[in-house]
Write a protein that binds this ligand. Structure first.
Ligand code: SF4
Length: 132
């Protein structure tokens, strides 16, 4: 799941602003985009490198990557599929095979059978409900 460009995300977006007013949008942005690694460049004044999903929202469309939550809580209206807290570190790395132990004989070479793969992993702790 690679992060989309504006050109990739814009055709998927739904017409209509995601927020009913400025306070509605500011509350959600405070809880998400203003802590997200994908919009960090704008916090450093690099406006041309900001998150394309934010740009789509500012231009009056709702990104398909924002999943509307049931009910309504100010600042918690959507889940962004690409949110990643900037304090979480560099994020998932490309998986690398476990190297063969030194001196280990192998039956066949690995390289032709290896392929790049990436799995999405949420990097934030999850809350779980316990039913007694
Ligand atoms: S990836 Fe999502 S949460 Fe992060 S800045 Fe973009 S829209 Fe906001």
């Amino acid at each position: 799941m690679t992060f989309p460009t504006y050109e990739e995300a814009e055709p998927r977006a739904v017409e209509g602003s995601p927020f009913s007013n400025c306070a509605d949008g500011e509350a959600w942005m405070d809880n998400n985009c203003r802590r997200c690694v994908h919009d960090a460049p704008t916090r450093r004044g690099e406006w041309d490198k900001g998150c394309p999903l934010v740009l789509i929202a500012l231009l009056g469309q709702t990104p398909a990557e924002w999943l509307r939550k049931d009910g309504y809580r100010l600042g918690d209206q959507y889940t962004c599929l690409y949110y990643r807290n900037e304090d979480d570190g560099p994020g998932p790395q490309e998986p690398a095979p476990i190297p063969d132990p030194p001196g280990q004989l192998t039956l066949c070479p690995r390289e032709p059978f290896e392929r790049p793969a990436r799995m999405f992993a949420d990097t934030l702790p999850q809350e779980v409900a316990v039913h007694a």
